[in-house]
Write a new protein. Structure first.
Length: 599
């Protein structure tokens, strides 16, 4: 995956408000009527809306997002003609994304698209490399915006399109968008019956599409353009067969995220929980949402950044009542650690100023403490209240109470419960944390963690240091966490509580002085970890899948990975790059090098 900074577009604006690219010497849309051209060349050229008639899922891919005019035209048509239970998935790539302000200005000529424009601009992501998911629930649509060079983004895409809009700048000025390599990848990512539309009739493009297996034909152009191209991939277009009965075992953040993801895809899963939602590691009064960072910018660090951005976004947008505090301070251990965190802050995968190195004086002023060390301010880090998230996301699921003793994999798979019942499902997903080990998931290791909290005490800014943290709850302050490898019990230990307060006193002495170690509430739970510290997310057996091994960062990992797993199960488009999917697959090879604890 490319991780270089994206180059902003070099734009001139004409007197009538039309954007023109100086870099490519070309207009973003037709001077006469860009919207009419989008409808004639791309929508009609791909046989829309007839092509999605009767389809449950339909995927459109685009090379060259530009101003997003094609996508607005597509969404407007979809909104008027979509099947009642249909979902539109859009994948579009752009190497030089406009700012949100420029995007809105470019749409101003078409007031009939005003509501769609506002929805898109409001969700517009920061210009960081990689895949950005934009939810458009009012339109039953999802946009995955791939920011980077087209060849790299296409090679990483794990989906297949039912229709293609090839709308880069003209081949003469932007040859990389129309290379044989790119056109071969368009063919490789096309479903049977996929249709391609483009304004250009250049010989290289015709030959490239034909070489990929498309039947290519010239069609009358729009406006002053005499001709355009349409192409069709042989085969029958149809929806993939998807499961009807899906069971999610476990009501923690992994299970809740899976229920949310399946519901977004139109499936109503059954939640099977032995006790109650949040009974395990997801049940503390507060939880941190912070990223795994790596100064070396490994593939896992890039994936973790995507997961963190996604989690932070969906909690704030979908369950705002769960957010107890925005912004988290990470304290450095020593000068070398401070230098490492400063290097991380400069990585292109983070939006500008979202990770801010702070001097010891700045940390001291922010915390109101007399002693401090340098740190890193995580602007999009969150403290959330878990039960608000679990309640919101599990609300739509059917429920079965009981402990699963055995899974007999197959089509269907059979669950044997502790009360003697046997339940059959097309798909079973294990999301039971350390409990997944009892059902045969390997390799997992238990790590018991204890937290303590007190009401009526102000935590101040959420603070993380080494193995510890101090964060606000709805009514006070929570301190965490112990890290006892190999322990599987949930009993609390008064000595562990005193140890947590002692650790706190070394970095937050004023806060520690306000706590009475003998009068704290305590909770212990068991986290599931893996030898290489990567989550387990994927298929285990026919009909049996897992999302587990999230360690101490379940609230950061779960939303994105659940969307990926649900997409795999339902044969729709994953939000993950192909190079990341293998990193978290349960049957992966052991890591060549241990990335260490997630800071």
């Amino acid at each position: 995956m490319a991780t270089d900074p994206l180059t902003p577009p070099d734009i001139d604006w004409t007197a009538d408000g039309q954007p023109v690219s100086r870099t490519y010497g070309d207009v973003y849309f037709s001077r006469e009527d860009g919207l009419a051209e989008a409808r004639a060349v791309f929508l009609a050229g791909c046989g829309l809306p007839e092509a999605w008639s009767g389809r449950r899922h339909f995927t459109v891919a685009e090379l060259g997002f530009g101003t997003g005019l094609n996508i607005l035209a597509l969404l407007e048509l979809w909104n008027r003609t979509r099947p009642a239970d249909g979902h539109l998935h859009i994948w579009s790539v752009e190497a030089h994304p406009l700012s949100a302000e420029a995007l809105a200005a470019s749409h101003s000529a078409w007031p009939e698209l005003g509501d769609l424009s506002k929805a898109l601009v409001a969700a517009w992501p920061s210009a960081t490399p990689g895949l950005h998911r934009i939810d458009l629930p009012a339109y039953q649509a999802t946009l995955d915006l791939a920011l980077g060079e087209v060849a790299a983004m296409l090679s990483g895409w794990a989906g297949k399109a039912d229709a293609w809009f090839l709308d880069g700048f003209a081949p003469a000025s932007n040859p990389g968008m129309w290379s044989d390599e790119v056109l071969a990848r368009v063919a490789a990512h096309s479903a049977p019956g996929a249709r391609v539309a483009t304004f250009t009739v250049a010989g290289q493009v015709r030959r490239g599409l034909a070489a990929g297996g498309f039947d290519v034909a010239k069609r009358p152009g729009h406006g002053r353009k005499r001709e355009r191209l349409e192409a069709v991939m042989p085969g029958l277009a149809r929806d993939a067969v998807r499961p009807q009965r899906v069971a999610v075992i476990g009501g923690g953040i992994a299970g809740a995220s899976l229920v949310r993801a399946f519901m977004h895809l139109g499936l109503k899963p059954t939640l099977i929980e032995a006790e109650h939602p949040g009974a395990g590691a997801s049940g503390a009064p507060a939880a941190l949402v912070t990223p795994w960072v790596d100064a070396g910018l490994s593939l896992m660090a890039v994936l973790a950044a995507q997961a963190f951005h996604r989690a932070s976004h969906v909690y704030r947008q979908e369950v705002p009542s769960s957010v107890l505090q925005t912004g988290v301070l990470r304290l450095s251990r020593d000068e070398a650690d401070a230098a490492r965190l400063a290097k991380v802050a400069g990585q292109a995968i983070w939006p500008a100023d979202s990770l801010q190195p702070l001097s010891a004086d700045a940390v001291r002023a922010r915390l109101g403490e007399d002693q401090a060390q340098p740190g890193l301010w995580l602007d999009q880090g969150l403290v959330v209240q878990p039960d608000h998230i679990l309640t919101a996301w599990l609300a739509g699921a059917d429920r079965e109470s009981g402990r699963v003793l055995e899974i007999v994999p197959g089509l269907p798979s059979v669950l044997r419960l502790d009360d003697g019942r046997e339940l059959a499902f097309d798909v079973v997903v294990l999301a039971t944390g350390w409990g997944s080990a009892d059902l045969g998931v390997r390799p997992l290791s238990p790590v018991q963690g204890q937290v303590v909290w007190a009401d009526g005490i102000e935590a101040g800014p959420a603070t993380v240091w080494g193995p510890g943290y101090a964060v606000p709850t709805r009514t006070g302050t929570l301190i965490g966490a112990t890290h006892d490898r190999g322990r599987t019990g949930r009993e609390t230990d008064p000595d562990a509580g005193r140890l947590l307060v002692e650790r706190l006193s070394s970095v937050r002495p004023r806060l520690a002085a306000a706590l009475d170690p003998t009068n704290l509430c305590a909770r212990a739970a068991v986290r599931a970890t893996t030898p290489d510290h990567r989550p387990l997310c994927g298929a285990l057996e026919p009909g049996v899948w897992a999302l587990t091994g999230l360690g101490g960062r379940g609230f950061a990992w779960a939303p994105l990975l659940a969307e990926h797993l649900a997409a795999q199960i339902c044969a729709t488009t994953s939000p993950l790059s192909a190079i990341h999917i293998d990193l978290i697959a349960p049957r992966r090879r052991a890591a060549d090098a241990d990335p260490g604890e997630m800071p």
